[in-house]
Ligand binder design. Structure first.
Ligand code: NAI
Length: 345
């Protein structure tokens, strides 16, 4: 039986992980706490840890896991900016779930966009109180608008297809443009200057952190709608708030937030929120916040559990070779070109 400490476990994680784990002799120990230096000891007698986006997997945590003999860090997410893959190199192997349902995230991005531009969030609240007034609910057509998509990987491309279905003009920027994709790539500044809507679908890296900052917002069209279902750190939230207060930004749809780790995924109703910036953003009539929910579909949860269990089996039963391994080079901006025929180290 392979023992796995699954940190930051939520009720919606358990059924799928118990089902797939039970089929393959992988036993998950569900821990509600997040992984960090204080909680790492809970993984002491485990073969692997399974972590999510807000677990802290820094060099200190990795060293402790290594000292405990933990062999594998299995991310149950696609993004891995919370894992110091460089520090893990040579010590503990890291695997992730590269794709579980890119449709879930792309569809959520469009759901946020539609909610925002057609004021569905306001209408929902009004009609529940039998307020059937339409005043202040005027939206705009997406048809004919220009959407700038940053990152044309799995999710970005599906989002592009959805936008095309709405009759929108699509401009895209990617550090590694996809050849022969029929996508019109332009420099990032042109995305900022020409887009009515900007949707972010690239990973958070040193290069992309705060790619939407005051200088970028300055270049944007007045009334631009910004959609972020990728990672909070892509946006300087202070600058975003200033852009909203200056009436430059027409609306913001945020599924992620840079300082989300201590807030998102938890029920904080009845508590005083210490994050003034988040409180201020949420108080804005043209800001919609969902708490890192874009991935949350039945299909995605099943795929996440199935792929995670397969990653674990692949590592422990296949001489450490796993297609979904991340290594130091994968953590670099340059994509890893290693052929997956052997272990990273
Ligand atoms: P992917 O790896 O298929 O695509 C990412 C794209 O971004 C690639 O085409 C890559 O070339 C591009 N890119 C890399 N560096 C860039 C840069 N500096 N500037 C512009 N583009 C750059 O990833 P996928 O599956 O499409 O996911 C995208 C992001 O969505 C993930 O990094 C993750 O942060 C986020 N995500 C959010 C979820 C949520 O629930 N909100 C769930 C899953 C992913």
């Amino acid at each position: 039986m392979i023992q796995v400490a699954l940190y930051d476990a939520k009720p919606y994680d358990k059924p799928s992980f118990e089902r797939y784990g039970g089929l393959h002799n992988v036993q998950f120990r569900f821990l509600e706490t997040k992984l960090n230096e204080d909680t790492v000891a809970l993984a002491k007698d485990c073969d692997a840890v399974c972590v999510f986006v807000n677990d802290t997997v820094n060099a200190a945590v990795i060293d402790k896991l290594y000292a405990f003999g933990v062999k594998l860090i299995a991310l149950r997410s696609a993004g891995y900016n919370n894992v110091d893959v460089e520090a893990a190199f040579g010590k503990i192997h890291v695997v992730h779930v590269p794709a579980y349902s890119p449709y879930a995230v792309a569809e959520h991005a469009m759901a946020l966009l539609l909610t925002s531009v057609r004021r569905i969030h306001k209408a929902y609240n009004r009609t529940r109180e039998f307020n059937f007034s339409l005043n202040g609910l005027t939206g705009f057509d997406l048809h004919g608008k220009t959407v700038g998509v940053v990152g044309t990987g799995r999710i970005g491309r599906i989002f592009i297809d959805i936008c095309r279905g709405f009759g929108m003009k699509v401009l895209a920027y990617d550090r590694f443009p996809a050849k022969d994709s029929g996508i019109e790539y332009v420099p990032l500044d042109e995305i900022f200057e020409n887009s009515d809507i900007i949707s972010l679908h690239c990973p958070l890296t040193g290069e992309t952190r705060h790619m939407i900052d005051a200088a970028a917002i300055e270049k944007m069209k007045k009334g631009v709608v910004i959609v972020n279902t990728s990672r909070g750190g892509l946006i300087d939230a202070e600058a975003l708030l200033e852009g909203i207060k200056a009436r430059k930004i027409g609306a913001a749809c945020l599924d992620v937030y840079e300082e989300e780790a201590d807030v998102f995924f938890e029920d904080r109703s009845g508590h005083i929120l210490n994050d003034d910036l988040l409180s201020r953003l949420i108080s804005m009539p043209n800001v919609i916040v969902t708490s890192h929910q874009a991935f949350l579909t039945e299909e995605a949860l099943n795929n996440i559990a199935e792929t995670t269990v397969n990653n674990i089996l692949s590592y422990f039963n296949n001489d450490g070779i796993c297609d979904n391994e991340l290594c130091y080079r994968c953590g670099n901006i340059e994509r890893c070109r290693r052929e997956r025929k052997e272990r990273c180290f």
